[in-house]
Design a protein around this ligand. Structure first.
Ligand code: NAD
Length: 287
């Protein structure tokens, strides 16, 4: 079997076109475009690239972005003050603080200070709790993007065995909640899981988010399974690869995401989508 490619880039592009049309009509009706505030602290080059890409994506769909690039020595109090200000700013629908932040700043405190209705990353414990309680509000971007990729195959999730490899707050855990909400039977594997292979082998859906290059071997994959690779690793030659051994896995999987061009473009698109959702709440289109 040779797997069909789940093209995240193409799906993201389609969703962005639809979003652009919707934003034009919302902006006309409500007199302003959705606004996203992006805060970055320090000089981490990768984070600056991510932030730049997010701003470009905002421009593409008509979301207004507000940028706050702060020096590495910025105090926690200063950032909390800025977040409090943005929470009150009526032109700002979403607030994104790019992580990681320098070590003297508590990510948890910053995250918990963001107004829940502006938490467009979907990382706040309130929004994770809403997803757990089957009342999703702003959904974590990467897991929600993965769900959209899985849904794009047309395969129904009810009763399927799903294995999520990785249990982080931002990816693995909300991914498991998304799959559970969609009707799958979910196993979450993490660094203390024994015999990872035995779990992956029975999965109809594998979401690999361990941050370990090539961890998931092709021979572990069940024939016909859907394989979603969240991992991103830059190789010495500058190319990108994931947590799944793509060449061997694509011989057994039914569907597979590439790296790059799979999950990454969907993550940014879900961020834009969350900003539009937050805007609609703020202007009263939805309650
Ligand atoms: P993390 O380091 O916070 O969490 C990794 C998780 O994997 C942990 O729960 C850990 O217990 C588990 N793990 C580690 N080794 C394991 C092993 N051998 N077997 C099973 N589980 C293991 O990482 P994260 O933030 O969740 O990100 C994971 C990967 O996804 C990284 O490569 C990251 O760069 C990538 N990522 C990609 C996107 C995207 O848009 N494509 C978004 C977020 C993260």
């Amino acid at each position: 079997m040779t797997a069909k490619i789940i093209d995240g880039k193409a799906l993201a592009a389609k969703l962005k076109v639809d979003m652009q049309v919707e934003i034009i009509s919302l902006a006309q009706k409500y007199g302003r475009a959705p606004g996203l505030a992006v805060v970055i602290v320090g000089n981490d080059p990768a984070s600056h690239v991510y932030v730049k890409n997010k701003k470009i994506a905002c421009e593409q769909v008509g979301i207004k972005s507000f940028s706050y690039a702060l020096p590495a020595e910025t105090t926690q109090e200063h950032i909390l003050g800025l977040v409090a200000e943005l929470n009150q700013n009526p032109l700002v629908d979403g607030i994104l603080v790019q992580f990681p932040v320098p070590e003297h700043i508590s990510e948890k405190r910053i995250l918990n200070a963001i107004a829940v209705d502006k938490d467009v990353d979907g990382f706040h414990p309130y929004n994770i709790g809403c997803l757990a309680a089957r009342q999703p509000e702003l959904r974590s971007c990467t897991p929600y993007g993965c769900l959209k990729l899985i849904e794009s195959t047309g395969i129904k999730l009810h009763g399927k065995e799903a294995v999520v490899v990785g249990a982080s707050n931002n990816v693995g855990r909300p991914m498991a909640l998304e799959l559970l909400l969609a009707g799958a039977t979910v196993t979450v594997a993490h660094r203390f899981t024994n015999n990872l292979k035995s779990h992956v082998e029975r999965a109809d859906i594998v979401v690999a988010a361990a941050g370990k290059q090539g961890l998931i071997q092709g021979e572990w994959i069940k024939q016909g399974a859907i394989v979603i690779d969240v991992g991103i690793h830059r190789l010495e030659d500058g190319s990108l690869t994931g947590d799944v051994d793509f060449d061997s896995a694509s011989k057994r999987a039914g569907w597979i995401t590439p790296v790059p061009g799979g999950v990454g473009p969907m993550t940014i698109t879900m961020l834009l989508g969350n900003t539009v959702t937050a805007f609609k709440k703020h202007v009263g289109v939805v309650t």
